[in-house]
Design a protein around this ligand. Structure first.
Ligand SMILES: Cc1cc2nc3c(=O)[nH]c(=O)nc-3n(C[C@H](O)[C@H](O)[C@H](O)COP(=O)(O)OP(=O)(O)OC[C@H]3O[C@@H](n4cnc5c(N)ncnc54)[C@H](O)[C@@H]3O)c2cc1C
Length: 391
């Protein structure tokens, strides 16, 4: 297995770094600490950033040229995410559209749907959110109850979705809804629904970080046009599952790069507080650094598999558990080692560590829940990697 990058991939990285040097004026950390910004202006800034990336053809890079991409490999996608993280660039607002809906339309949509939605998605003229989870259907998604009933040629949607990331700013939502109440998997269909209409109410949810990036969505006879049904009736589950499988390699290098930045911040904070030379502190720090290197090596192995044409299977659950639980160990350790000041240093730094540890601590709680909770990932490993007997 070759864990090295090819000369072409190294060249791609150099070009990308030069582009980021020339185009990223201020880091995301600087922007979020600017008191002139509020939640809306930060979203606008992210929209402008997505447009810049799109103009340079860094958005949807893995798609074919016909759909605005460059046909880039998963290794190049992973390099892109790694460099964006390292440069502390803003996250693009349409990440759910780009990572989930775009591939769904390219593989399962009609020509009209692609032409209508993909350019505006790439350019962030329309922001998308994902309407899958419901109050009683998260891990067990196929138990969802939101229904879509025929109304002439079209459909009327009734039900509730929750934990809808970016919902408060979204223009459209892609929804899994039941078109047959009795067929667990085959009764689910995939709809594209405009949010600005009677029959859709989006309520922001306040998170423990103080932000309201989520919403809950109430549908009361909302209109979904027939031409906005993706695939056939009853194909929604299959489309959703294949689409969720597309996000395979992109985060493999970005996570260790993100933790590199945090580890550097932790070292700076410990140096400033005079604790860096304590043997117990160095031991804890050493363990965190080694774990991050293990994660990076594992990510490179995943990429090498992808590059040789082997899609990672259920083993990717091991990676998901590792990075999400590591984020919690890292912020727990930072708060413990840096002391009470780190908990108070929200946005304005008092510890000498250029990381907002209180925010990281709170946000890291989410990682072990979204994209499949740690318990669900362990079930997958038990059943499909270790082939343990099931009850
Ligand atoms: C930051 C964040 C962003 C999100 N964004 C979106 C979004 O944009 N769109 C969207 O549709 N959803 C989104 N979600 C929802 C997410 O997909 C669900 O939270 C997740 O699937 C878990 O479902 P749940 O919250 O209903 O918990 P539940 O499924 O009710 O689980 C509760 C607890 O029980 C455990 N559990 C459940 N089933 C089993 C089992 N079989 N064996 C062992 N333990 C089990 C779980 O691990 C968990 O600890 C987001 C969630 C978060 C945290």
């Amino acid at each position: 297995m070759d864990l090295h990058f090819t000369p072409e991939q190294e060249q791609f990285r150099r070009e990308l770094r030069a582009w980021l040097d020339a185009n990223l004026e201020r880091s995301w950390t600087e922007e979020t600490r600017d008191p002139n910004h509020d939640a809306d202006s930060l979203v606008e800034l992210r929209r402008v950033w997505q447009r810049k990336l799109n103009a340079a053809r860094y958005i949807g890079m893995g798609w074919s040229e016909e759909w605005g991409g460059r046909g880039a490999s998963e290794v190049e996608e992973a390099i892109l995410q790694e460099e964006l993280t390292r440069a502390d660039a803003p996250q693009v607002p349409n990440f759910l559209g780009i990572s989930l809906l775009g591939p769904a339309l390219i593989h399962h949509g009609t020509e009209e749907q692609r032409r209508r939605f993909i350019p505006k998605m790439l350019n962030c003229e329309e922001i998308w959110c994902q309407g899958f989870s419901e109050p009683s259907s998260g891990s067990d998604l196929a138990s969802l109850r939101t229904r879509a009933e025929p109304d002439g040629d079209d459909f009327r949607i009734t039900g509730q979705k929750v934990w809808t990331t970016f919902g408060p700013w979204a223009d459209w939502i892609f929804v899994l809804a039941r078109t047959d109440m009795d067929d667990r998997y085959g009764g689910i269909s995939f709809f594209l629904v405009p949010i600005d209409q009677d029959g859709v109410e989006m309520r922001p949810i306040r998170q423990i970080t103080g932000e309201s990036e989520f919403g809950e969505v109430f549908f009361d006879g909302a209109l979904a046009k027939r031409e906005h049904l993706v695939g056939e009736l009853g194909e929604g589950w299959r489309i959703a599952m294949t689409v969720l499988g597309y996000e395979r390699g992109a985060a493999t290098l970005a996570k260790p790069a993100e933790y590199d930045v945090q580890l550097d911040g932790l070292v700076a904070g410990l140096r400033a507080s005079g604790k860096l030379d304590r043997p117990d502190v160095r031991e804890q720090l050493g363990r965190l650094v080694i774990e991050n290197e293990v994660m990076r090596s594992n990510g490179l192995r995943t990429l090498a598999q992808l590059a040789s044409g082997h899609a990672p299977g259920p083993e990717s659950s091991i990676e998901k558990i590792f990075w999400s639980e590591y984020a919690q160990r890292l912020s727990d350790s930072a708060l413990d080692l840096l002391g009470p000041e780190a908990q108070l240093a929200t946005r304005a730094q008092k510890t000498g560590s250029d990381v907002d540890w209180a925010y990281q601590y709170l946000w890291s709680r989410a990682g072990t829940i979204y994209s499949g909770s740690s318990e669900i990932q362990r079930n997958i490993i038990a059943k499909r990697v270790l082939r343990m007997p099931t009850a």
